[in-house]
Design a protein around this ligand. Sequence first.
Ligand SMILES: [Zn+2]
Length: 164
Amino acid sequence: MKRVIKVLFLFLSLMSYAQKADLKGHVMFRQDKSDFPGAKMFLLNDKKVILECETDKNGLYQFTDIPVGTYDLLLRFKDFKEKFITNINVASGMKNIDIVYPDPCVASEKICPYNHTDSIIPIVYGIPGGETMKLADKGLVHLGGCMVSECDPGWYCKKHEISF
Ligand SMILES: [Zn+2]
């Protein structure tokens, strides 16, 4: 009896080894949720890249016939910050992981790079209205002009005349 169970167990574990699954998903731009083509996708198992692919023109990626298991997913696009998604549990069948990219900028803290917290005012972007102009005249806000990217600085140090 013991032997039968042993054989049965071996058979079952072999079965689960043989199970394959697909991992797929949709990568979207964070701003407007539009498709993100050309992002390099790396599938990692035990910290090693085992497969890679690229999102197509519709922002879709797919890894097919991968063994059931736990994976990490790494997204890389040009000079953008990499995105890591860890501990993806892929069971049999199809696993869907949609990704919004890139991650939002981390707002800078109200501390001057020269390490003081006084004389720091917020930066206001865009065409200033009358109120904003008054505040700027009083030195309470700094006019930053048009916003260039999502990662524009949020603070201005009056002492050192720098934005951060
Ligand atoms: Zn400063």
